[in-house]
Write a new protein. Sequence first.
Length: 146
Amino acid sequence: MCESCVSADAHSNHKKLQIYKHVHKDVVLLADMQKHIDCSQIQPYRCNGKKVLAVNPLPHSGRELNSGEMCKVCHRIIFKPSIYTYCSISCKVAAVSANLTSSDPPYLAPKKPKKKPPPKPSVNKTQSPPKRVNKRKGVPSRAPFF
């Protein structure tokens, strides 16, 4: 959020992006952020069962690894370097801004899924869904008296 959105009433109708604290760092929900930017190369984390993205780089662990397992900007350890390249949103923005050549930066444009053609209607209209073989409930009976 920008400072003018927080202080001015004219910006009260803007949509807000919720920032959470996770292990003393700022994070945003992956589902919320995917609507605004391409998050495909940013490593997500789990927080209370939801996937989140770090806004800024997390602290270094102190171990030295080969360069293939680290963030390309801040050199923090990446757990799946074959899938992810950056550890936080700010690292991806810094890397893309350094290589900026077009007017529309790729980190601002979320990837749109390719549309699949609609499925063809089936020829057999007489098919019905399969019926249950076993009933879920048997014949009701009273408990025996002892």
